[in-house]
Design a binder for this molecule. Sequence first.
Ligand SMILES: CC(C)(COP(=O)(O)OP(=O)(O)OC[C@H]1O[C@@H](n2cnc3c(N)ncnc32)[C@H](O)[C@@H]1OP(=O)(O)O)[C@@H](O)C(=O)NCCC(=O)NCCS
Length: 160
Amino acid sequence: MIQLRRITDHDLPRLRQIWKKNWGDEFIVVRGVVYHPDNLEGFIAYNGPDCLGEITYVINNGDCEVITLDSDCEGQGLGTKLINAVVEEARKQGCRRVFLITTNDNLHALGFYQKRGFALVGIHRGAVNESRKIKPGIPLVGMNNIPLRDEIELEIVLKV
Ligand SMILES: CC(C)(COP(=O)(O)OP(=O)(O)OC[C@H]1O[C@@H](n2cnc3c(N)ncnc32)[C@H](O)[C@@H]1OP(=O)(O)O)[C@@H](O)C(=O)NCCC(=O)NCCS
């Protein structure tokens, strides 16, 4: 049974390991902005002691942006539970939309979000090349052996 709760300071050592493993460091660069996810609001979902996922987000001017979403226990429903929790929270807070950025190589995430109601709304060509200037550890070749260079924006509109 998957449990969901807000991230607390107690979770941070384990979450930092996940962020480092998936994103090469404990900070994320999105559209040229540096985010430290350990300072952000978020949820964790877990299914027993060894099965954990996390999501962090920022709400700004009525827009809710997902900054990180990671599951170290894929295919058990954690990712779905987490994205739904943020959409629900954004709705409660009266947000106009939930949006996020993923990268052109992340075919799995592009499918995952679209199956959960997100639409592709923008391609920021070369944006990863810009982020790499801030975070040189971002690889040149990403997932699926695809050159890693563009940011792709997806959104769910909550109210028009
Ligand atoms: C994208 C990501 C967060 C998804 O997390 P997840 O925990 O695997 O998500 P879920 O388990 O909810 O869904 C994944 C698949 O498992 C399936 N699934 C869910 N519950 C299941 C269950 N109990 N049994 C079998 N399959 C199940 C879902 O149907 C889904 O498939 P679909 O997308 O074809 O519908 C995860 O793959 C990940 O951490 N990727 C690396 C980091 C990343 O790319 N993050 C996004 C960056 S923007």
